[in-house]
Design a protein around this ligand. Sequence first.
Ligand code: IVH
Length: 676
Amino acid sequence: MKPEKRIVELREALHDHNYRYYVLNDPSISDGEYDTMLRELESLENDNPSLITKNSPTQRVGASPIPEFGSIPHRIPMLSLANAMNENELSAFDERIQKGLDEESVVYMAEPKLDGLGVELVYENGTFVHGSTRGDGYTGEDITHNLKTIRGIPLSLRIDDLNAPSLLEIRGEVFIRKDDFKKLNQQQESSDKPAFANPRNAAAGSLRQLDPAITANRPLSIYCYEAGMIEGIYFANHSSFLTALKKWGLPVNPLIQTVVGSSGLIQYHQKLEAQRNELRYEIDGTVFKVNDYEKRETLGTRSRSPRWAIAGKFKAQQATTVIHDIEVQVGRTGALTPVAKLEPVYVAGVTVTNATLHNQDEIDRKDIRIGDTVLIERAGDVIPKVMKVILEKRPKISHPFQIPNNCPVCEHEAYRPEGEVILRCGNISCPRQIKGRIHHFASKLALDIDGLGEKIVDQLVEEKIIHSIDNLFTLEKKTLADLERLGEKSAENLIDAISKSKETTFARFVYALGIRNVGEHIAKVFEKQYVGNLKKFQNASIEALEEIDEIGPIVAETVVQFWSDESNKIIVQNCLNNGVTLANVDTIKNQSFEGLTFVFTGALEKLSRKEAKDMVEKLGGKAAGSVSKKTSFVVAGPGAGSKLKKAKDLDVHVLTEEEFLVKVKKIQNQETLKGL
Ligand code: IVH
């Protein structure tokens, strides 16, 4: 047989076996036989390199590692799901939907909530062109090279039963099966590499490799469950979309089914929860989605999650273990928190070694002692809790545990503010608190001071060089260079980083101050409310703060309390006097194109080249003159020639001018959405 013919035959057969294995769950050959065929194909292609195609099953591992991750904006944001913590909340969800649609028996799609990583796959005219992580929901990281190594992801769609649409964006979850995870960790151990804490971490780590050869050796699986943007085919509902996915060769979870009304939701949820431990993969709940797409439109979305869907959370999982010790930790607000040091135990997908004991009241109420065997519980991502002591297993000699009345760091007396259960170190100059505040101030989501890590902060505070955040801005290079472990060069870099960090935003700065209960999101809410006016924010009353959407009485009170301390105002003023500037809110840039390079070629009809270039740059991207492997998109108009050809040869994404404009508009709309 001619090699051309055998190659085509092998590719088709392998494609088909993949489909039987991953979609139909009904393989007709063994893994060994599959590998033999794949090797035969590899050797034929080696002998006939001109016959290699992009979509050949041998091309799953691209040639070389990539230098860094590019970013890919999601044309439709990847939202998250609101949670229902119990059956009542599931019923309440059904009631809201009934009301919203003015309809009694609503049909839902019921799905397992897979505990992996959300990704987006993009197929153009049936070919897998790129894939990305969820990222912040608006822009993700380009992980095409790694997704290609996942055998469950077809490099081209099957078109035996249904033609491929011109554009198909699919969302799904990449995960590692429990048995594969066990094997992977055994491999890690036998090659002296650290074991992964759980399948989810292992999957995340695998997708974030620059070298696809590493990812190819990780046993990643995928199930697809949502649509992004689709062009060239219309679906009236989610069930027909999922059916089409299977026809195209994309794996869809077999436990997905339709259910009706609140009893349908609850029954499915209970059934799946009972089945949970028998499944071959980790799930952390159920997902229910209104099946009909028009009805989804009617219901609409909130800023971060659609109204038409909900995640049903499972009850926490429990295990027993022994408390070896109780440590008291000091937080950056001075709170003394007792933490139980546990004999490591595997529960709900992770190895647990610590559990918070919250405070003395909790310890007394449950009579928790060192040496006790305890029942611990882990729910979702929160720190595990000790539920109760198993008294029968208490050692003969044991003593009630008392949190020492002095701060374990500075030995200053601790106090308990009125009405609170938590002990606090009363020393605002406690080195641990100072270090914590400064470290938080410099962290990524705050002022993002590169190079000011925990160790350096510790040193600076211990040597009494700085004692509050404003001192950072008057640091001198010489002082830093004299520090142990920090040479001239690092000192200079750090001074540069500090100086760069001065140009920041209201939201980052307010978050950086570490006001209790004011996280990243709430800081943005304040930024929007006060349009970047710090003075107004400082002088706001509890009542005024409470009027703001999303701000409750607790946040309002802590904010007012924070500013009532004159020293906080002085510190902030010192920062401003030393050059900290907060960007005008309306000039805070949308940087969705950051990391992307565009090349324009051919005649543009709506835009001048200059306008197109400006648009790209305004969104943080680059416009280049020639096409290379680093080009993210080529925008081609009529008459495009060699650059277009080169783009196709290099497998660079090509857009029409119209598609480019749609992309930009979408991003601009998302920006308004984000601001809502
Ligand atoms: S639908 C708006 N379906 O859960 C719809 N998500 O909190 C959002 N997830 O980021 C996605 N299983 O990574 C959907 N069957 C399922 C899912 C699922 C797991 C993850 C997904 C998403 C997160 C939402």
